[in-house]
Design a binder for this molecule. Sequence first.
Ligand code: SF4
Length: 134
Amino acid sequence: MSISTLLVSELEKTEDKKIGFIFCVCTGKCPGFSKMDMWDFINIIRVEYPVEYAFIHPMLCDEDGERFLAEFLKKDRKYMVAGCAPIMQKKLFKDSFANAGLDVNKDLIPIDIRNMTTQEAVAVVKKTLEETQK
Ligand code: SF4
């Protein structure tokens, strides 16, 4: 196989990848998520929505969260993080994204789903995914 064929096939693999979805729950005890069922929410996203995977992390902005992101983030991928305010997420994850060769302004899709019911949060994810795929 020639180098150009290999490159094209790698590019296609990357382009095929859907967005990775992480729900950051502020330890799981944050009052901001008390109106929703967190497990129903993540299961609806992982089963019914076009994401590569979906899972819950307890606190991405703590030291272990940073270590997790250092191991987990991959170049040329996009990540939707549901949690706190987008402006806060961008500040908190800027270095981790940069260290992985990612641009926090392009490769992070931050959504704020605090103080929402499960269905309201699902609707925000649906709308954001639709806008992202336009
Ligand atoms: S990143 Fe945001 S949602 Fe996640 S633990 Fe930190 S403050 Fe909470």
